[in-house]
Design a protein around this ligand. Structure first.
Ligand SMILES: [Zn+2]
Length: 66
C-alpha cells in the first residue's frame, strides 16, 4: 500500500487547540503529521516543518497548569 502510520503520543493540536493523539503518516516515503480526536482528524503538515517536540511539550505544560 505504501502508507504507514505510527502513533506518537498525546499532545495539543495546533489547528483546533484540542487535545489529541499525534499520528505520523508515511506516504510515499514522506512523513506527515496528523492529530486524531476520536473520529475526527486534523492535518497539521509535513513532519519536517512541524516541531513535534513542541506539541508534546505544550501538552505537558497544560497538564502541569491544570
Ligand atoms: Zn485538531
Amino acid at each position: 500500500m505504501g502508507t504507514k502510520s505510527r502513533t506518537l503520543c498525546r499532545g495539543v493540536c495546533p489547528k483546533c487547540g484540542r487535545r489529541g493523539t499525534i499520528i505520523i503518516k508515511v506516504i510515499h516515503g514522506k512523513e506527515y503529521v496528523y492529530f486524531r480526536h476520536g473520529r475526527q482528524w486534523c492535518y497539521v503538515g509535513p513532519a519536517r516543518r512541524i516541531p513535534i517536540e513542541k506539541l508534546i511539550e505544550l501538552a505537558a505544560s497544560e497538564v502541569r497548569r491544570a
